[in-house]
Design a protein around this ligand. Structure first.
Ligand code: MGD
Ligand code: MGD
Ligand code: MO
Length: 664
C-alpha cells in the first residue's frame, strides 16, 4: 500500500509498482545526496538469508554501511564485550551447561519469563541436585528471583560495583586461579588495582544490599567448581553495557571459569535470530562471517566474493539505529526503510522519534501485520511473510543453526524479505549479484563467506539440516554431523592475536540519568511472560490478554505511601522528555526508589501508556546500545482508584485502537 504523504489515505498497489517505486526513490537519493542518505533499520527477527541479502545490497552493491538492526537495542553490548575480551564474538557456552553447573549467576535477566525453557531446564537440574546454587541479581524480585538461594536486589546501574565487590572478596580469600591468569590472560594487574577499591561496606552501600549477601555471593563463586553466569538486558541496555559485560567476564577469567562443562559467561540473546544477524553482518559496523567494515582485509575478501570492484565497501561503520533518527532530524536521509521491527514503540525518546519520522521524505515499512504503530509514519507498506510462512535458517544462543520450515500457507500477497531485497537489487542493475532463484541458493552463498572464519558453517546445507537436524558452528566443510554441543575455548586459546583473553579495569559510572529532586525515582522497563514486545503477535490472543490485561507501574509501598498512592490509582509518570499514564501496582517485589513498567503497550494498545516516551537515548560508547533500562522519573496520582478512571484511561481494548490513535 502506498501514499504520497502521511496525510493521505493508503491505496493498494501491485508489487511491481511498489518495487519500482523503491528503486526509483533509492536512485534519486543516491544521485542527489549519495548512498549514505539511505537508512535501513532491520531486526533480529529476520532469517539469516534475509539479513544476508540486505547486507549484500546495502554494504556491497550500494556501498553504504547504513544497515542497523533492533539488535542494537538488544545484544550489541554482549557482542562488543565478547570481541574485546576474547578477540571475536560468540557465546562460548552451550545449553547443556545448565545441567553441569554448580552455581548459576543470573544477572539482569528475568529468564523465568523471558527464557523459560532455559530457566526450567536449570531448575530441573537444581531440583535433582539441591546443592546447586541460584544467584539472581535484579532490582526486582522477579519470577527468576523467587526460587533463588540468593537474590541481590541491587539499585539499577550498580552492577559494576557489585562485580568488582565480588572480585575484591575473591582476591582477599585467594579464591582465584593464578595459573590460568598467568598463562591465558592479559591485564590482570590493572584489574586487581581497580578491584581493591571495592571493599564490602562501600559496595553494599552503593548497591543497596546487605554486606552478608555480598559475602555470600562471593562465597558461592569461590566454593563452586563450575559457575555459569547468564546475562541479558539488565546488563546490555546500559550506557556502560560493554563495561558491565566485560567486568562479568573478568570474574570468569580470574577464577578460570571458562572453557569447560557448566562454566562460562553466557549471554542470552533475545530475538529468535539475533545470532544469525551477527553472523550475517547485520549491524552497521559488521560484514558477513564475523567480519568488520573497518578491517581492510575483511572488506577485500567480501568484495571479491561478491564480485564487486575493490574499494566498494565503505571503511567506516554506518549509522546505528539512533544515529539514523538523528540523521532524519537533519533531513540527511532520503529513503528510510524499516523491516521487522516497530520502532514507534521500541526506540527510546519516542516523541523525538515521531518528530524525526515526520521529516522522512520516504519511509518504507516491511511488516507482517497492519496496522502497527509504525505504519502511521510510512509512505509505503510492503507485506512480509513471517517465519511460520517461509523457509530459512536461524541460529540460537549456543550457536546451533536450525532450518525453519514454514508450515502455514502464506497470507495474502506477503513475500519473503530476502526476495524483496533481491528484487530491488536486480532493478538497480545488480542482476548477477541477485540471481538467486531460491532461498537455499542465498544460504549456500552465505555459508561460503563463513569459510575459515570463527563462525565457519561452510559445511552446513539445507539437506544436512533436514537429514541430521540442527547443527552447531563451527561446522567447516566435511564435518561430521553431531548432536553433541561444543564449547568454545576448551583449549584455553582465545581468538586474540596472542591467544590470551583480556581483562578490563573499569570503575563503575552508574546511570546516565541518575535520579534527582525533580525526578526522584528510577524507572526500569522490561517484559512480561505472555507478551512479545509490541504486541503485534500477542495482543490479539484472548488468553494472553486475560493474563496481562493492562499496563501498570510497580512501586514499593514506602514510595507509594510517601506519594499518597493506593493500588489501582492512575498515575502520571513524567521524565524530562515525556509523560505517560499507568495504573499503580504496589509491591514489595521492587526496590524502594525504583519503579517498573512493562514495554508492551504502544499507542495502539492503550491510551497514553507509551513508556518509551520517557526513556533517553544515552548509549554505551563501545556498543552504541541505549540505556533503555533506566531513566529518572517523577510519579504523581491523577485519578482515584476506579472512580472516574474511565475518563482518563478508557477500557483497554482487546483489539488495537483505531489507526486514529497513532495519526502522526
Ligand atoms: N515473554 C517474553 N520473552 C521474551 C521477549 C518478550 O518480549 N516477551 N523478548 C525477547 C527479547 S528480544 C529479549 S532482549 C529478552 C530480554 O530478556 P530479559 O533481559 O531477561 O528481560 P527484561 O525484562 O527486558 O530485563 C531483565 C531484567 O533486568 C532487570 N534490570 C533492570 N535494570 C537493571 C540493572 O541495572 N542491573 C541488573 N542486574 N538488572 C536490571 C529488570 O528488572 C528485569 O527484570 O527476552 C526475550 N524473550
Ligand atoms: N524501554 C525499553 N525499550 C526496549 C526494550 C526494553 O527492554 N526497554 N527492549 C529492546 C529490545 S531488546 C528489543 S529486541 C526491541 C523489540 O522491539 P521491536 O522490534 O519493535 O518489537 P516487535 O514487536 O518484536 O517488532 C517486530 C515486528 O516485526 C514484524 N515481523 C515479524 N516477523 C517478520 C518477518 O519475518 N518479516 C518482516 N518484515 N516483519 C516481521 C512483527 O509483526 C513486528 O511488528 O525493543 C527494544 N526496546
Ligand atoms: Mo531484544
Amino acid at each position: 500500500m502506498w501514499r504520497e504523504s502521511l496525510e493521505d489515505e493508503f491505496q493498494q498497489v501491485s508489487w511491481d509498482f511498489a518495487l519500482d517505486l523503491v528503486t526509483a526513490k533509492l536512485r534519486e537519493t543516491i544521485a542527489t545526496r549519495g548512498a549514505d542518505s539511505i537508512g535501513v533499520y532491520g531486526s533480529g527477527q529476520l532469517l539469516t538469508e534475509d539479513y544476508y541479502t540486505a547486507q549484500k545490497l546495502l554494504k556491497g552493491c550500494l556501498g553504504t554501511n547504513n544497515f542497523d538492526a533492533n539488535s542494537r537495542l538488544c545484544m550489541s553490548s554482549a557482542v562488543s564485550a565478547y570481541v574485546q575480551s576474547f578477540g571475536t564474538d560468540g557465546p562460548p557456552c552451550c545449553y547443556d551447561d545448565l545441567e553441569h553447573t554448580d552455581c548459576a549467576f543470573f544477572i539482569g535477566a528475568n529468564a523465568a519469563e523471558c527464557h523459560p525453557i532455559v530457566f526450567n531446564r536449570f531448575l530441573e537440574h537444581k531440583k535433582r541436585n539441591p546443592k546447586v546454587k541460584l544467584i539472581v541479581v535484579d532490582p526486582r524480585e522477579t519470577l527468576t528471583a523467587q526460587p533463588a538461594d540468593l537474590h541481590l536486589a541491587i539499585r539499577p546501574g550498580t552492577d559494576i560495583d557489585l562485580l568488582n565487590g565480588i572480585a575484591y572478596l575473591l582476591l582477599e580469600n585467594n579464591a582465584i586461579d593464578r595459573q590460568f591468569i598467568a598463562q591465558h590472560t592479559n591485564g590482570f594487574y590493572d584489574y586487581e588495582l581497580i578491584a581493591k577499591h571495592y571493599a564490602p561496606a562501600m559496595v553494599a552501600l552503593r548497591c543497596g544490599i546487605a554486606i552478608e549477601d555480598l559475602q555470600l555471593a562471593a562465597h558461592y563463586w569461590a566454593e563452586s567448581t563450575n559457575v555459569l553466569s547468564l546475562w541479558s538486558m539488565g546488563i546490555n541496555q546500559s550506557q556502560e553495557g560493554t563495561a558491565k559485560a566485560r567486568t562479568l567476564i573478568n570474574l570468569h577469567l580470574m577464577t578460570g571459569q571458562i572453557g569447560r562443562a557448566g562454566a562460562g559467561p553466557f549471554s542470552l540473546t533475545g530475538q529468535p535470530n539475533a545470532m544469525g544477524g551477527r553472523e550475517a553482518g547485520g549491524l552497521a559496523h559488521l560484514l558477513p562471517g564475523y567480519r568488520s567494515v573497518k578491517n581492510a582485509e575483511h572488506r577485500a575478501e567480501v568484495e571479491r566474493l561478491w564480485q564487486l570492484p575493490p574499494g566498494r565497501i565503505a571503511p567506516q561503520p554506518g549509522l546505528n539505529a539512533w544515529e539514523m533518527i538523528e540523521a532524519l532530524e537533519r533531513e540527511a536521509i532520503g529513503v528510510f526503510w524499516v523491516i521487522a521491527t516497530n520502532p514507534l514503540v521500541s526506540l527510546p525518546d519516542l516523541n523525538r522519534v515521531k518528530a524525526a519520522l515526520r521529516r522522512s521524505p520516504f519511509t518504507v515499512y516491511q511488516e507482517a501485520y497492519n496496522p502497527t504503530e509504525t505504519t502511521a509514519f510510512a509512505h509505503l507498506l510492503l507485506p512480509a511473510m513471517q517465519w511460520s510462512e517461509k523457509l530459512g535458517t536461524m541460529t540460537n544462543s549456543e550457536r546451533v543453526v536450525t532450518l525453519s520450515q514454514g508450515f502455514q500457507t502464506p497470507l495474502g500477497e506477503g513475500r519473503e524479505d530476502w526476495w524483496v531485497f533481491a528484487q530491488v537489487g536486480q532493478r538497480l542493475g545488480f542482476v548477477d549479484q541477485f540471481a538467486f532463484e531460491t532461498v537455499e541458493a542465498v544460504h549456500h552463498e552465505f555459508v561460503t563467506l563463513t569459510r575459515d572464519r570463527p563462525c565457519d558453517m561452510s559445511g552446513i546445507t539445507y539437506d544436512l539440516l533436514r537429514s541430521h537436524g540442527s547443527q552447531q558452528w563451527p561446522y567447516p566443510a566435511n564435518s561430521t554431523p553431531t548432536r553433541d554441543p561444543k564449547r568454545l575455548y576448551t583449549d584455553r586459546r582465545f581468538n586474540t592475536p596472542d591467544g590470551r583473553a583480556n581483562f578490563v579495569a573499569l570503575h563503575s559510572r552508574g546511570l546516565a540519568e541518575p535520579p534527582d529532586p525533580d525526578f526522584p525515582l528510577v524507572l526500569t522497563i522490561g517484559r512480561l511472560y505472555g507478551h512479545w514486545h509490541t504486541q503485534t503477535r500477542t495482543g490479539r490472543t484472548e488468553k494472553i490478554h486475560k493474563m496481562h490485561p493492562d499496563p501498570f507501574l510497580e512501586i514499593h509501598p514506602r514510595d507509594a505511601d510517601q506519594l499518597g498512592i493506593m493500588a489501582g490509582d492512575v498515575l502520571e509518570v513524567r521524565s524530562r522528555r515525556g509523560r505517560c499514564e499507568l495504573p499503580a501496582k504496589i509491591t514489595r517485589g521492587i526496590a524502594p526508589g525504583t519503579v517498573f513498567a512493562p514495554m508492551h503497550w504502544g499507542a495502539l494498545w492503550a491510551e497514553t501508556a507509551e513508556v518509551n516516551a520517557l526513556t533517553h537515548p544515552e548509549a554505551c560508547p563501545d556498543s552504541a546500545q541505549p540505556e533503555l533500562k533506566a531513566c529518572a522519573v517523577a510519579v504523581s496520582k491523577i485519578v482515584q482508584p476506579f472512580t472516574d478512571r474511565a475518563a482518563i484511561a478508557p477500557e483497554i481494548p482487546r483489539s488495537p485502537l483505531t489507526p486514529e490513535a497513532i495519526r502522526p
